[in-house]
Ligand binder design. Structure first.
Ligand SMILES: [Zn+2]
Length: 116
């Protein structure tokens, strides 16, 4: 990020007063720009004794096998996002079990793709 989206002035990296993380801050209007993680949501589709995997058709990691997953949309629950991504990526009709979230983890490879 080079310029403020509010006024067009250059931004700088610094820790705003009262904060403990370095942020982009506008040098003119003081706007603070927060960078937050992007949630990837998906499912582990099981049919009989098998787990359904999808083969990636695009970069990154084209050709690799993966669980159906993708970016959570704004105003979408984790569960709804996981279901939508599974339908989009795998093209299957399915039912999400009435169990709570099965897991949450950090994929350092993906996280590094968004590092500044
Ligand atoms: Zn500004």
């Amino acid at each position: 990020m080079l310029f403020c989206t509010q006024c067009g002035a250059p931004v700088e990296r610094k820790i705003p007063e009262g904060d403990d993380h370095e942020r982009y801050v506008c040098t003119a209007c003081g706007e603070i720009f927060y960078e937050n993680p992007l949630n990837i949501v998906g499912t582990v589709p099981v049919w009989e004794d098998k787990v359904l995997l999808c083969r990636r058709a695009i970069k990154p990691r084209k050709g690799y096998w993966t669980l159906p997953a993708g970016h959570q949309e704004m105003k979408e629950t984790t569960r709804d996002g996981a279901a939508r991504e599974t339908r989009e990526e795998a093209g299957i009709d399915f039912r999400i079990a009435d169990e709570p979230l099965s897991g949450s983890y950090t994929n350092l490879y993906i996280a590094s793709q968004f590092a500044l």
